[in-house]
Structure formats: structure tokens, C-alpha cells
Design a protein around this ligand. Structure first.
Ligand code: MCN
Length: 781
């Protein structure tokens, strides 16, 4: 079998999951297992005066109660993994349990361990904590003001970091004929995977090994960080990510909870399980976004854009999360020019501590925010100079001939042809006609809007030396082993850690093509630090361009060795062996051939190998890409706004994405759909609401609206293919493109619909109430 790359194969993982044979964290049952729960602070900011756990400890099933003081000196603080340089970064220590002060609603105060999961929750209620409430800093701009409550006493104005990139000369700004200014708020949202977080620890006192099953998108990062926090050798700490019901960035982070479970399992010598409650998830799991973005776009009346100046004030929450500091700085600030050849750019980011749950990467991590501000301000600029928003975009696109293209902030976009998906999307949606229809409808009093976003995003981080230079406390390479068994069946080990993306299928396709064997002969192994030496996990849409590339390289190495064995058996030179569709054949001599399976057997038996060749057929690769990859595309949304109710209905959603070579069009399209759902969710429905005291008012699924399938029109998705030169697959990531592109596309559509009312911006989410108010005000009511 060959040529399955590019074919829309159904996901190989689904039959197992759909028939209930998945093994998620809560399915894990170990003999003698105890259950854990974490008492969390109800205050956003308070001193802990006293903790009395006597009543809880009297419950017969309760085994232990730990407080922050009990653990002092025994477990280290949880470090951030992205120490962005040159920004005066101030990292406040985050201990696994608060010691004398809680800093957000949800901050851990005590860990309770009991024989069963009911007793453990009963025990939580019996712990008496005396707090002295303190004023809270909640919103970032207010938290920076003189006199605002300090989240950490020694960090002035709550400023965790102040980062700058790019400078613009005064003459450039002064020579602009047009300046458009706007302040956008990309609100805080919750990743909300179907499965909440979980951890199960098991300690073997004989071997001194600790095994931790946890909902991690990157088990090796968990192992690396937790080995330091728990003071255990990486060789004695095994981290396994079981099947996972999604992550969306929320399971990248190394959390206090996982450290606590590892600690308790070791301390008590019995397995301990912790499953996060849904309501707990809202306050104890990292949130996404929460950035106030002030933008100024400069240019000429003819639509030539000359400069963009951006200030981002980011709410980092009470502590620096694993990736948090990098999201609003590097990920955001280097992408502010988007797909446009704007020669001058500058970005300044303030990262601010507040008494709220920490924020971290959430699908897109910085890129949706960067894309939002540029795609929104470009629409406002088009409006200002009376130009069609498509024309303005076209006029300023980084031209196809300029690739690899260096943007104003110094990033080198690997490959691009922005006109291609734009043209295709315009044709699909029939843009000219759509605009005419819109005019007609407006005359009839109907509010139809057309929104466009021509995005580019950065993903598939690499190389590792760049990661080091930008303060990432890890590498960004990937690792794979392709092991061929005597029968010719194959096990592939990959360091990426899929949790819904379909790597077993996609990577299987890559190997099937390389080795010319059926998909069913290939098994994939992921997510276990004992099986895979080292890796950096799944996030930043890196698995295909980096992990998939590592798989392809390892498979190529297998073929290289197999060719030598075939040449030896066929008494030919290795260069004369052609390998096609699983058959090794001597060039020009039909019939002189060996199958892949025959060579697999020969390699493993080692009865007749070339002189000096080692037995077996197995290869490993470590791939460190030379650059990031930059997928791009065009999303066009048509909406209708109901004048009477402010409700928004999406009439059409057309997207044309270019993610380089598409490995599996079906799973890739699934990724686009999922990404769009989360982006549209941000634009229209989702949003964390905090009171001025720091209480989360949207902490249940009754108060926080997640997108539902029925809210969407059919998504008309297609691809163009502009290969990436930075990996052997020519592939770019697709996991986040839908989110990045859709937020401004939907907003632009609604703002276009509301154009008759002169409104330029409304804070997301665009709830019917907000939209209705704008219409009422516009109509002079
Ligand atoms: N793919 C393809 N061709 C390409 C690129 C990707 O066919 N050129 C397909 C493959 O099936 C691949 C999938 O798309 O398995 C995603 O690949 P990639 O873009 O490399 O992204 P990752 O696998 O690294 O996944 C991470 C990305 C991110 S950052 C978030 S957040 C996210 C997402 O994936 N979270 C998800 N998609 C998710 N999907 C599910 N179901 N659950 C999540 O938590």
C-alpha cells in the first residue's frame, strides 16, 4: 500500500474510543488506591490565619491532610517554563499549596486524602480555615495603578514583565496621512475540554520509582519539571498521559495539583487519584487570553500601510504559568503585522499580576490576539479611507515573490502565497454578488454583514537554539523510533502526545507511504516517558511539522538500511535497488526482488547480513527544524443581525486554509472545524466575568456559554497547498488556524452588519444584549 498521504482516511483511533475501550484517567483503578481532593480558596486575596483540620482527620476514612506549611521545604515551587529575556521578568514563587496567603479564588489551601472519593469531599467541608480578606487586584490596567493592592508585596505595580520589540522613528509616524486607533479587549476564556484534569500517582518503594498518570499534553515536560519540584531523578519518574478528552492548551501547564499527587503517593506509599471537578476546573485550571490591546495603524490615503504601533496589557493572573510569559510577548508581539508588508512595527507588552487564576496558552496562544488586532484595525482603516477591506488587504500583502519573507519584527515566514486562498474564498462565496445582495438587504432594513480575515500564524516552533534565545526552558525538537518486527509489522514511537488530533492515523499514513505497508500493520506508541526517551509534546500545532517530520526521517532511515540488506541478498549494489510500494527490486531486472516483509525477517534473523552490519531493522531520528512554519489563509463569514433582539446568525462560513502539504484532509478539516468553533465561541458567546472583588461570576456551564454544533452553518472548508521548505513533509500545522482566523472574521462581519449605526467596536463576546443596545443607541432610542 502506498500513497495514503493526502487521502482522507477515517481516524484509526475512533473505533476503540467509540466502543468505550478508551482508557482515560478516571478509568485507572489501582489496588489500594486512595482518593484526593484539594481545598481551594474562596477568596481572591486573603491572609491564612489558621487551618484546623481536626474534624476532617477524625473521619474514619480520612488518611491525611496536608497544608502549605506541612509541605514547606519538602516540595519546591512550580517554575514557569518560559522565562522571556530582557523584560525585567519577576517570577513570584508558586508553592503547590498556599502557605500564608491565598492569591486567587481556586488557590490550593489543603490536600485531603481518603479511602474513597465521597469521604474525601466530605472531609473538605470539615476543614476550618480562618482567612483575613484583603483587597484584590482584578483587572490588569487597574492593577498597574499607583495604590492598587499588590499581589506579591515585592513586585511593584504588579508588573511581572515589560517587554518591547521594534522601534518606529518619529518621521515615519509623522509622515502618515491616516492614523486609525482602537483599543481591543481579547477577553479571558476557558479552554473547557470535555475531560477535566486528573492525576494518579503510584510509588514503588522497592525500586524508588514514581509513576504519574496525568492529563498532560507534554509528559516529558511534566517529567522534567516535576523531577525538580519533587526532588526525584528523571530516571525514577515515569509520566504517562492516558487517553485524554481534549486539552486545547489547558493541559500544557505543570500544575501544583500534579506535584501534590506525586508527593502524596510517595509519602503514603499508596496510589492516589485526583480528578478535577468541573466547577473546580473554572478556577483551578489556567485560562486563556485576557489582553487589552491598544493599536495604532499608520498609512496613506491610497491604502499603503506604513507602520503599526501596539501596546498589550496582559493579565497573567496570580502566578506565572508554564508558558504564560511567552504568550503575550513573543507569540503575540512578533506577529502584529500579520500577512501584511508593513515596514515599521513596534510592540510593548506589560504582563500584570492580578488576583485571578493564572493565564496560559489556549488554542492559538498569542496568535489569535495578534491576528485579532491587525485584522480588526485593517477593517477600520479600510472604512476610514473608504476602500473595500479586500482591496486594502491585497494592496498590502507580503508579496509571493518575497518569500521567505522577513516581517518588520524580524520573523522569517517560511513560504506563502496569500492571494491564492483569498481568491479561492472570494470565488466560493461569490464576493461581488454578496456585496450587491448586502446592499439590497440593507435597503430592506436587514442587517447583513460580511467579515474577512486573511491571517497568517506562527507554529511548529524551531530550532531549539531560537527557543533558548527567547527564554523557553526547553528544546523544540522531536524524536521518533520506527521499529520493524520480524513479520514486517511496525511499531512507531513518537514523542508527541495526541489528545484528539489523530496522530496515530496521520503518522501511520506517513509510515505506510514510506515503507509501502498497510496502515493496519503500523502501531503508534505515544505519551509514556518510559517508551520515548525525550520529547517536547503537543501544542503550538507542532506535532505534524516537527513530530511527523521526525517519523518520516526515521522511516527513511529504515528504508536506507533495508535497501542495503536487499542489495546484499540480491547480489546487487545498494544504489541499484529501487524501493517502491513495499518491494525492493534490482533496477532493470524484474523478478529480482524482495518484499519489505522478507527484508524485515532477514534483518531480525541476521543469518545473512552484509559484513559489519548490526542486526535488526530499527531507526531513530531527532528532528530540530530550522525555522517555524507559517500557515495562512482566508476566512469569510456572512452574518445577519436581528434588529429587534440583537441576535447574530451566521449564514455562511467559508474558509480556505493553506497549511502546506495536507497529510489527511479529513482530520485536517476536523481540526479547522474545531478551531473555528472555539474562535467563534470567543467572538460570540464565551467570556469570564469577575466581580471587582475577584469572584468568578461565570464559573459554571450555566453561566459560561460553550459553542454548540447547532449554532453553526455548514462550514465550507477547503485548502490550497504551498509547501513549507523547513521540513521534509512540506507540512505546516493546522490545529490552531481555525481559532486564529475566525475570531476577527466573525467580529468584522458583525461590525460590517452594524455599519449603518457607525459602531466601530464592541467588546467580545457579542452577546445579543450588547448588540441590541448598540442598535438602540444608533436608532436614537
Ligand atoms: N494535519 C494534517 N496535515 C497537516 C497538518 C495537520 O493532516 N499539514 C492533521 C493531522 O491529522 C494532525 C492534526 O491535523 O494530527 C493536527 O496537527 P497539528 O496542526 O500538527 O497540531 P498538533 O497535533 O500539534 O495539535 C496541537 C493543536 C493545538 S495547539 C491545540 S490547542 C488543539 C489542536 O491541536 N487542541 C486540540 N487540536 C485539538 N483537537 C482536539 N480534538 N483536542 C484538542 O485538545
Amino acid at each position: 500500500m502506498a500513497n495514503v498521504v493526502g487521502t482522507p482516511l477515517k481516524r484509526k483511533e475512533d473505533p476503540r474510543l467509540l466502543t468505550g475501550n478508551g482508557r482515560f484517567s478516571d478509568d485507572i483503578q489501582l489496588p489500594g488506591m486512595l482518593h484526593a481532593a484539594i481545598l481551594r480558596s474562596p477568596h481572591a486575596h486573603a491572609h491564612i490565619k489558621k487551618i484546623n483540620a481536626e474534624a476532617a482527620l477524625k473521619l474514619p476514612q480520612v488518611v491525611a491532610v496536608y497544608t502549605g506549611k506541612d509541605l514547606e521545604g519538602k516540595i519546591g515551587p512550580i517554575p514557569s517554563s518560559w522565562l522571556v529575556p530582557d523584560c525585567n521578568l519577576k517570577e513570584a514563587p508558586q508553592y503547590p499549596l498556599a502557605i500564608d496567603r491565598v492569591r486567587y479564588v481556586g488557590d490550593g489551601v489543603a490536600l485531603v486524602i481518603a479511602e474513597d472519593r465521597y469521604a474525601v469531599r466530605d472531609a473538605l467541608d470539615l476543614i476550618d480555615v480562618e482567612y483575613e480578606a484583603l483587597p484584590a487586584a482584578v483587572r490588569q490596567k487597574e492593577a498597574m495603578q499607583e495604590g492598587a493592592p499588590l499581589v506579591h508585596d515585592d513586585i511593584e505595580h504588579n508588573i511581572a514583565l515589560h517587554w518591547k520589540a521594534g522601534e518606529i522613528a518619529d518621521e515615519v509616524l509623522e509622515s502618515a496621512e491616516v492614523v486609525v486607533r482602537e483599543s481591543f479587549y481579547v477577553q479571558r476564556v476557558f479552554p473547557s475540554p470535555i475531560e477535566t484534569r486528573a492525576a494518579i500517582g503510584e510509588y514503588n518503594p522497592g525500586s524508588g520509582e514514581l509513576t504519574l498518570w496525568c492529563t498532560s499534553q507534554n509528559p516529558h515536560i511534566h517529567r522534567m519539571v516535576l523531577s525538580g519540584v519533587l526532588g526525584i531523578s528523571e530516571a525514577k519518574l515515569r509520566v504517562i498521559a492516558p487517553d485524554m478528552g481534549g486539552g486545547f492548551g489547558g493541559k500544557i501547564g505543570v500544575y501544583p495539583d500534579e506535584a501534590l499527587i506525586g508527593y502524596a503517593a510517595r509519602d503514603l506509599g499508596r496510589p492516589v487519584k485526583w480528578i478535577e471537578q468541573r466547577s473546580e476546573h473554572f478556577t483551578a485550571s489556567n485560562a486563556g487570553r485576557d489582553e487589552v490591546i491598544d493599536v495604532e495603524l499608520y498609512g496613506q490615503r491610497d491604502g499603503t500601510l506604513t507602520a503599526i504601533r501596539v501596546k498589550n496589557t496582559a493579565n497573567l493572573g496570580a502566578y506565572l504559568s508554564t508558558m504564560g510569559p511567552g504568550v503575550a510577548t513573543i507569540d503575540f508581539g512578533l506577529m502584529i503585522t500579520g500577512a501584511y508588508d508593513i515596514p515599521h512595527a513596534s510592540c510593548e507588552t506589560f504582563g500584570v499580576y492580578t488576583n485571578t487564576t493564572p493565564t496560559d496558552a489556549y488554542r492559538g496562544a498569542g496568535k489569535p490576539e495578534a491576528t485579532y488586532q491587525i485584522e480588526r484595525i485593517i477593517d477600520l482603516y479600510a472604512r476610514e479611507i473608504g476602500m473595500d477591506p479586500v482591496e486594502l488587504r491585497r494592496k498590502n500583502f507580503a508579496p509571493k515573490e518575497a518569500f521567505p519573507y522577513t516581517n518588520a519584527q524580524g520573523l522569517i515566514y517560511d513560504s506563502g502565497d496569500y492571494e491564492k486562498p483569498l481568491q479561492k474564498a472570494l470565488e466560493i462565496v461569490n464576493y461581488e454578488q454578496l456585496r450587491q445582495e448586502q446592499e439590497e438587504m440593507r435597503k430592506q432594513g436587514k442587517l447583513i454583514g460580511v467579515g474577512i480575515s486573511t491571517y497568517v500564524e506562527l507554529c511548529g516552533f524551531g530550532p531549539s537554539k531560537v527557543a533558548g534565545a527567547i527564554g523557553f526552558q526547553g528544546g523544540v525538537w522531536e524524536n521518533s523510533t520506527v521499529r520493524v518486527h520480524p513479520s514486517g509489522k511496525v511499531t512507531v514511537y513518537s514523542g508527541t502526545s495526541p489528545h484528539g488530533q489523530g496522530h496515530a492515523t496521520t503518522f501511520g499514513q506517513i509510515v505506510a507511504d514510506k515503507l509501502g505497508i498497510p496502515m493496519d500493520d503500523i502501531e503508534l506508541v505515544f505519551s509514556d516517558t518510559r517508551a520515548i526517551s525525550m520529547s517536547w509534546g503537543t501544542y503550538g500545532s507542532r506535532s505534524t511539522p516537527v513530530g511527523g517530520a521526525a517519523v518520516a526521517i526515521a522511516a527513511d532511515r529504515v528504508v536506507e538500511k533495508a535497501k542495503k540488506i536487499a542489495a546484499h541478498e540480491l547480489e546487487a549494489a545498494a544504489d541499484d535497488i529501487i524501493f517502491e510500494s513495499g518491494i525492493f527490486q534490482v533496477k532493470g531486472v524484474p523478478g529480482q526482488q524482495r518484499t519489505f516483509q522478507e527484508i524485515a525477517k532477514a534483518a531480525n534473523m541476521a543469518w545473512n547480513l552484509p559484513e559489519g552490519m548490526e542486526p535488526s531493522l530499527e531507526a531513530q531520528s531527532f528532528f530540530d527544524p530550522e525555522n517555524f512554519v507559517y500557515p495562512f489563509g482566508t476566512h469569510i463569514v456572512v452574518v445577519e443581525v436581528d434588529k429587534e433582539t440583537g441576535e447574530i446568525q451566521m449564514k455562511r462560513y467559508v474558509c480556505v486554509d493553506d497549511v502546506g502539504r495536507v497529510i489527511n484532509p479529513l482530520t485536517a478539516e476536523g481540526q479547522v472545524h474545531g478551531g473555528i468553533a472555539q474562535g467563534v465561541g470567543q467572538a460570540l458567546w464565551e467570556g469570564a466575568v469577575y466581580s471587582s472583588e475577584g469572584q468568578l461570576l461565570s464559573g459554571t456551564l450555566m453561566d459560561y456559554t460553550l459553542p454548540k454544533a447547532r449554532f453553526f452553518p455548514p462550514i465550507e472548508s477547503s485548502f490550497t497547498e504551498t509547501p513549507s521548505p523547513v521540513n521534509p513533509l512540506g507540512a505546516k500545522g493546522v490545529g490552531e488556524t481555525g481559532t486564529t482566523a475566525s475570531i476577527p472574521a466573525v467580529m468584522n462581519a458583525v461590525m460590517d452588519a452594524l455599519k449603518p449605526y457607525g459602531v466601530k467596536d464592541i467588546d467580545m463576546p457579542l452577546t445579543p444584549e450588547k448588540v441590541w443596545r448598540v442598535i438602540q443607541e444608533g436608532e436614537g432610542n
